[in-house]
Design a protein around this ligand. Structure first.
Ligand code: GTP
Length: 346
């Protein structure tokens, strides 16, 4: 079974992190986000994947060239200019001649893809859209269905007084190859505003797979932080981590007087000095140095971060190479070495 994953967006909402790292490659529990998605797919036998890329594709190529442990046949479709969600699929899917999945590349879910496919086939759907429930649907595309799950209407970003449903488009689709006929070649085109409404107008069988699986769009610093905490805390299934514990790479050194409260994950070659406190959820990437007496709480540190003596880092994200001076107190910050990190680091 084939899937096309859309990873071509600029990830502007996840800045400053995406100034240096493309959204699909930001580390989630120390592995690139896209690797989590690929492993979830592989677990359901979806092992032919096309990454539809545009913005900054090189780091993705390089990572998978060096890390080929995935049981997936991975290919790439590169856009010269952004083609939108549907245009990108048309570009990537020229060879598709059977049912296939399409995924927004910033969604993390433990949805049962196998069950979704069975639902699609049972209904003889031309397109099936996974729906997820949110408390506030006013920033999303709301989908109304009949009792059998057949889609009746799409309502884009309804105002609070016009909310008729809390079920939104989750950015996960199963499509028949004929759906590609709705998408013009080489043009910017979207599923949400273009393809799906047109299919409804033509009376095509478009179905909604309503489910309560874990779902998050990790496209903002807050949601990205939440996803890491949820995986570490075990509130969603992950093929790369199984919940609430302390995991320390054998090459890292943790001083015996340091105090660690789960969940904490420490990657290779880190040094945790005396009397440091790590109050989970905490993730440290490779080569981090946490100096004497520093406190880190509910925070994500990427590779080669240095935290000075007695500093305190709470509810924060520090990207690769950020250096924090002694005794600095940070709370609720997202810092990137090149953009915004320097003021606190000298
Ligand atoms: P923001 O700039 O923060 O809104 O992020 P984005 O544009 O990266 O993401 P958005 O939520 O708008 O898009 C949903 C998914 O579709 C993301 O995984 C994007 O990478 C992807 N995407 C959006 N536009 C394109 C495109 O033109 N081509 C491709 N290949 N993917 C796209």
């Amino acid at each position: 079974m084939k899937a096309i994953i859309l990873v071509g967006g600029e990830g502007t909402r996840l800045r400053p992190l995406t100034y240096t790292v493309v959204k699909s490659m930001v580390p989630v529990v120390n592995k690139p986000f896209i690797e989590h998605v690929l492993r979830q797919l592989a677990a359901h036998g979806i092992n032919e994947v096309v990454l539809a890329m545009g913005y900054k594709p090189d780091s993705i190529f390089e990572y998978f060239r060096k890390n080929s442990t995935l049981d997936i046949n991975l290919t790439y479709s590169l856009e010269e200019k952004p083609l939108g969600t549907a245009g990108a699929v048309k570009h990537a899917g020229s060879q598709v001649n059977e049912t296939f999945f399409v995924l927004n590349g910033d969604v993390y879910t433990d949805i049962d893809y196998t069950d979704m496919l069975n639902f699609h086939r049972r209904n003889k759907a031309r397109a099936t859209i996974a729906l997820t429930r949110v408390e506030d649907p006013t920033k999303f595309g709301v989908v109304e269905t009949d009792q059998n799950g057949r889609v009746l209407h799409f309502i884009e970003k309804p105002s609070a007084d016009k909310v008729t449903s809390h079920w939104i488009n989750a950015g996960i689709y199963i499509l028949e190859p004929e759906v590609l006929n709705y998408i013009p070649e080489g043009a910017f085109y979207m599923f949400e505003h273009g393809v799906f409404p047109e299919m409804l107008e033509k009376g095509e069988p478009v179905y909604a797979y309503i489910n309560r699986a874990y779902w998050i769009d990790m496209g903002t610093p807050e949601k990205y932080h939440q996803l890491n905490c949820n995986i570490l805390g075990g509130s969603c299934d992950s093929p790369l981590h199984n919940g609430d514990k302390i995991v320390i790479d054998s090459s890292s050194k943790v001083h015996p007087t340091a105090r660690l409260t789960a969940p904490v994950i420490i990657d290779a070659n880190c040094v945790i000095e005396e009397k440091v406190e790590l109050k989970g959820p905490v993730v440290l990437g490779k080569g981090c140095l946490i100096k004497k007496g520093a406190v880190i709480e509910n925070s994500l540190l990427w590779d080669n971060v240095v935290v000075g003596k007695g500093a305190s880092i709470i509810n924060s994200i520090l990207a690769t190479g950020v250096k924090i001076k002694d005794k600095i107190q940070l709370e609720g910050q997202t810092l990137n070495q090149e953009h915004g990190g320097s003021a606190d680091t000298k």
